[in-house]
Design a protein around this ligand. Structure first.
Ligand code: GUN
Length: 295
């Protein structure tokens, strides 16, 4: 039997409707308009399209949105100066520096410079530390989106064998951490696989919930999963160009064959991607409320 397709597009739409109402209420009752700035350094086409989507979504929700695009050769100090400027700009509640950055810029230094109160990506060490301790903080957008997808689809995570492929700071490490915590969409037994894992299929075949964020097109094939697994595919791989001249995308999971075995699966595109952007909006609204002392 073919799997249930978990539509991130539909779930994200529901959350955006909730956020649109919340943004309107913030303005009407408190005169507060959440503000987001996105900063892109360089001309990576994937990053350009992510940042454009983030700004468009913000505008659609009634969030004040500013977009700064800097040349690839921008000096690290100039980027730091820009971040300091936005740290003290009262119109801006959230600052997002799109990753990856050019190699001459120290990513850790840049993320550390963002005011933790405006760190809507949840990448600042203060927010990462709070997340690991299970304290209230900005959760990183992709892991947060995955938790919402699982929760709103009614997937039971408590006691489940969750296998994650990929150990990035943006997805693998934080989602592993969140899913083992004593919390909604948590309480799982977590295995984190990576490029040095000896027998990947041994682990993936044990998964009740398989989360793949490896950045390798179609690496998870049907023989690597068990029947009834729930599959969350975080991969967005550009594998060519469509007839319409758009980027042709593939996930990290061989969707057509795995969907015949899985109980539920996210598609690419239309799965995790729209959720990541939506969680950024949710964090921006949360930042605006915190900075205006609104509960
Ligand atoms: N690059 C890939 N994913 C992300 C993300 O969630 N935030 C930022 N800032 N950069 C990214």
């Amino acid at each position: 039997m073919s799997a249930q397709i978990i539509s991130g597009t539909e779930i994200a739409k529901t959350i955006r409707e909730e956020l649109t109402r919340e943004v309107a209420e913030l303005k009407d009752l408190h005169g507060v308009v959440p503000g987001l700035v996105t900063i892109l350094v360089g001309e990576d086409p994937a990053s350009q399209s992510y940042v454009a989507a983030k700004n468009k979504t913000a505008k659609n929700l009634g969030i004040h949105s500013e977009q700064v695009t800097l040349p690839a050769e921008t000096a690290e100090q100039d980027l730091l100066d820009l971040i300091h400027k936005y740290n003290s700009d009262p119109k801006i509640n959230g600052i997002l520096v799109q990753l990856p950055l050019p190699r001459h810029i120290d990513e850790a230094k840049i993320l550390f410079a963002i005011d933790p109160e405006k760190d809507v990506d949840g990448f600042h060490p203060v927010n990462v530390g709070k997340m690991v301790l299970g304290e209230q903080c900005f959760l990183p957008c992709t892991p947060h989106g995955i938790l919402e997808l699982l929760q709103r689809t009614g997937v039971e995570t408590s006691g489940a064998e969750v296998v994650i492929v990929g150990r990035s700071n943006i997805v693998g490490k934080p989602i592993a951490n969140l899913m083992l915590q004593k919390r909604d969409s948590g309480n799982a037994t977590v295995t984190l696989c990576h490029t040095r894992t000896k027998d990947m299929a041994f682990h993936t075949r044990r998964a009740d919930i398989l989360i793949v964020a490896a950045g390798v097109a179609n690496m998870i094939t049907a023989d690597m999963v068990k029947a009834g697994v729930v599959v969350i595919d975080v991969g967005v791989n550009r594998i060519g160009v469509t007839d319409a001249g758009k980027a042709k995308l593939a996930g990290d999971v061989a969707f057509d064959e795995v969907k015949e075995i899985a109980a539920a699966i996210t598609p690419v595109p239309g799965g995790v991607g729209p959720m990541t952007i939506t969680m950024l909006m949710k964090n921006t609204v949360q930042a605006a409320k915190q900075q205006a002392n609104i509960a």
